[in-house]
Write a protein that binds this ligand. Structure first.
Ligand SMILES: *Cc1c(COP(=O)(O)O)cnc(C)c1O
Length: 370
């Protein structure tokens, strides 16, 4: 079943003859990607370690998921060797900035090896420009990993899959069915175009498990492709959900999640007291501020923004205490570090415009007197 589902997903993402594995989360899938990239460049490091290598450097956008940093820490590369490439106002990595950063790192005598493109960033829902990034990676000989944990779900929809254009050129892809598709935790897919590389990178051929003289095709023993030993059969949950609903229904649900985010963003623009963080929703995420009446119609000084930044945490507290809604908030660097709400839509239950209206009504109700 695992081989069947991975092959199907591989062909949906446009990877010919994909190899892959199910992982207990996108963080681990991203770690797999970085491990494979290092192994591909320095296969000898499996035996001798990385002590004689130049420092290896990974590149990712300043909006990427924190698991890229954690993977670098886990691999002994260190946070200093993760370069956070600048993004544009919508949170997408700027390919020219990547090029510049790669050059700078080479000039410092370090060795670039890995680029993570985010497809549906955690906060703004930004899709990095895959085609342009793939061009840079080709020129520079770098591994391109697509962290499509959130936004990879667009691949099911003919209407939405253009957001992932270029993903067929990635060396590896991470996609989380346990995010937008709401497959019960944990279920994450890791795919790579490099057949056999997972096995070459991770295998240790333990003679008490992976005997080569079994009575069946030992190609079904996928365990040695992983750095884990015992695992759950995570593919089962995904297979079950895809077969029960069918791919057309999944596509319809993903589209509903994107549409609801777009609708919410439009409503934010129309309603007094609400303000968009970016001009339209990206992926299934809508980012917005709520401005209580006490702060409306005033000059927007740094002090005003500071006060606004305190609104979301206070509304959130009341939200949790009243138990009516769960919407996250956060500050980000390129939006003045002022807390804003982030509504993240998924497909279970299928979100409607009435649900989105409720989100705004409820935030307004909870924050009216602030
Ligand atoms: C959530 C997320 C991850 C991490 O996935 P986990 O399954 O929670 O480990 C990685 N990348 C992105 C973009 C994410 O949003």
């Amino acid at each position: 079943m695992e081989r069947f589902v991975l092959a199907k997903l591989g062909s949906m993402f446009g990877l010919e003859k994909a190899d892959g594995i199910f992982a207990p989360g996108g963080s681990i899938s991203n770690l797999h990607a970085m491990l494979l990239a290092r192994y591909k460049l320095h296969p000898e490091s499996k035996q001798s370690g990385i002590f004689t290598l130049k420092p290896l450097v990974a590149f990712t956008s300043d909006q990427s998921h924190y698991s890229i940093k954690k993977a670098a820490v886990t691999m002994g590369l260190g946070l200093d060797n993760v370069v956070q490439v600048k993004t544009d106002s919508l949170g997408r990595m700027i390919p020219q900035e990547l090029k510049k950063a790669v050059k700078r790192v080479r000039d410092e005598g370090k060795e670039p090896f890995f680029v993570c493109a985010t497809c549906g960033s955690t906060v703004l829902g930004a899709y990095d420009p895959l085609k342009e990034l793939a061009d840079v990676c080709n020129q520079e000989g770098l591994w391109l990993h697509a962290d499509a944990c959130v936004g990879g779900s667009a691949i099911f929809s003919d209407k939405l899959k253009h957001y992932l254009y270029g993903i067929q050129r990635a060396d590896s892809i991470a996609w989380n069915p346990h995010k937008m598709l709401c497959v019960p935790l944990q279920c994450s897919v890791f795919l790579t175009r490099h057949q056999g590389l997972l096995d070459a990178c991770h295998s240790t051929r333990a003679s008490y498990l992976f005997q080569q003289d079994k009575f069946y095709d030992v190609g079904y023993d996928v365990g040695d492709k992983n750095f884990q030993c015992g695992r759950k059969v995570d593919v089962f949950k995904l297979y079950f959900i895809l077969s029960v609903h069918g791919l057309d229904e999944i596509a319809r649900r993903i589209e509903a999640a994107f549409d609801a985010a777009a609708y919410l963003s439009e409503q934010v623009a129309l309603r007094p007291g609400f303000r968009q963080v970016i001009p339209a929703a990206q992926c299934a995420n809508t980012c917005f501020w709520f401005v209580p009446e006490s702060l409306r119609g005033q000059e927007e000084t740094p002090g005003w923004w500071e006060k606004l930044g305190k609104v979301a945490p206070r509304v959130k507290t009341r939200m949790v205490q009243s138990g009516t809604l769960m919407v996250g908030y956060q500050p980000i660097e390129n939006k003045n570090l002022v807390n804003f709400f982030r509504m993240t839509n998924t497909c279970v239950p299928v979100p409607t415009s009435a649900d989105m209206d409720f989100v705004l009504d409820e935030i307004e109700r909870l924050g009216k007197d602030l």
